[in-house]
Design a protein around this ligand. Structure first.
Ligand code: KIV
Ligand code: NA
Length: 278
């Protein structure tokens, strides 16, 4: 099976088939997402929060993204993989952006890159697209700007801000982006943005009107994500409890010598060794 293409993703919007996206950050998470039938894997810089334990995505480096992207790509060789350019690895000019995006593809084995921003980064996106690097946009609540935005809050509530986000989305489409993540905006605005574009929108905390949805692996599985569960997340399992209980049982077994048993051990068949060890 071949990974999806950006052409297929645009066709899915036209035919009204929702696009399923999940983050993954390493071999097992990507492999399980692929086996479950996910359309697109996003190696998000949210790994700064959920894998590395930082309190924002700002400390995440390009090397971190390359390392995790490459591991995820090994686990999901038949799935379209998009990898985030982290904080300040773009916006410094086309040449830097191209070089860094190229690393995510050549070393991180991504099929496409994602960057946060609107009309202000349209030039850099267009440069990537000209160079053969597909780009996914990301507007609304853009976590790399959390300190400028004054926290993680719903964006585009005022008419002026809403118009700005619609203009940004159109600028990204015009620059050649193949899809746009729309994060933490009202359902009405996300739907308006989706209707004004021919490329798909992928929503997170953006309601029912987007062309696809994305959530964070550790959030939907309750796998020890470091923050309080968010309203827009639906949880599908409690891996945190499962893993904690399982490890607890292991610890108890070692302490009580219930593990290991004979079936876990190797026996010598050589007489001399039997002699040596009694
Ligand atoms: O880093 C990430 O996980 C993301 C998604 C939440 C869109 O950018
Ligand atoms: Na991200």
């Amino acid at each position: 099976k071949q990974p999806l293409t950006i052409t297929k993703l645009k066709k899915m919007k036209q035919s009204g088939e929702p696009i399923s996206v999940l983050t993954a950050y390493d071999y097992p998470s990507a492999r399980l997402a692929e086996e479950a039938g996910i359309d697109v894997i996003l190696v998000g810089d949210s790994l700064g929060n959920v894998v590395l334990g930082y309190d924002s995505t700002i400390p995440v480096t390009l090397d971190d993204m390359v390392y995790h992207s490459r591991a995820a790509a090994r686990g999901a060789q038949h799935t379209f993989i998009v990898t985030d350019l982290p904080f300040m690895t773009y916006r410094l000019g086309n040449e830097t952006t191209l070089r860094n995006a190229a690393r995510l593809m050549q070393e991180g084995h991504a099929h496409a890159v994602k960057m946060e921003g609107g009309a202000d980064i349209a030039g850099e996106i267009a440069a990537c697209v000209r160079a053969g690097i597909p780009v996914m946009g990301h507007i609304g609540l853009t976590p790399q700007s959390v300190h400028q935005l004054g926290g993680y809050k719903v964006q585009g509530k005022l008419p002026k801000e809403a118009q700005q986000l619609i203009d940004d989305a159109k600028a990204l489409e015009a620059a050649g982006a193949f899809a746009i993540v729309v994060e933490l905006v009202t359902e009405q605005l996300a739907e308006a943005i989706s209707k004004s574009l021919t490329i798909p929108t992928i929503g997170i905390g953006a309601g029912r009107g987007c062309d696809g949805q994305v959530l964070v692996y550790h959030d939907i599985l309750q796998y020890a994500s470091p923050y309080r569960q968010k309203r827009f997340v639906k949880t599908y399992a409690d891996l945190g409890a499962t893993v904690r209980n399982a490890i607890g049982e292991y610890v108890a077994d070692v302490k009580s010598r219930a593990f290991p048993q004979q079936e876990h051990a190797f026996e010598s068949e050589l007489e001399p060794l039997k002699h040596v060890y009694g």
